[in-house]
Design a protein around this ligand. Sequence first.
Ligand code: MN
Length: 211
Amino acid sequence: MLNKKLNELIFPQLNYEYSALEPYIDAQTMELHYSKHHQGYFTNLLNAVKDTELENKSLLEIFENISNLPVAIRNNGGGHFNHSLFWNIMSPDGKRAPSGELLKAIEKDFGSFDQFKSKFEDAAKTRFGSGWAWLSVKKDKSLCVCSSANQDNPLMDVSECKAMPILGLDVWEHAYYLKYQNRRPDYVNNFWNVADWDVIENNYKLALNSI
Ligand code: MN
């Protein structure tokens, strides 16, 4: 998706039912989040680039030059990519902990899986206002955890932690407020019950190959 021209992008399918992530993420939140919020970012992105030279660029090219582009493209391009990644790294019945090469890398860079989780949870819980928490692969192939505001992500030239994201957690209120109200920490802790480490491991392999 990152290398496709914007005018060839299609709105991604959700690979599970809206209710599939219950009780951790409720069906109504999933439906609104996917069919209204994400669909909105996608439509607005296409409208923002329509009939401009940007429609022949890829998301990756857009992100690497985002500081020079209109804010609508930053918000909606980020919104489209971030949500596409987010739906994919969750599933009702995935592997709930990393293994293999990714586990080794996590242990090398964070000490242990538990220490990684705690660092990631902190990033998600302490992000002020709307944003995202990320696990990403840096150019030197090491792993890093960070958060970003709004719909920014680590691929953008404005990012303080430039890297290839392999796991992202949406901490906008629209991602959890119906079920958790102000209790973002509960939502973040419960996220591990739906994170799919088969997919995240595959993202890690793809990231290593793209560096
Ligand atoms: Mn969202």
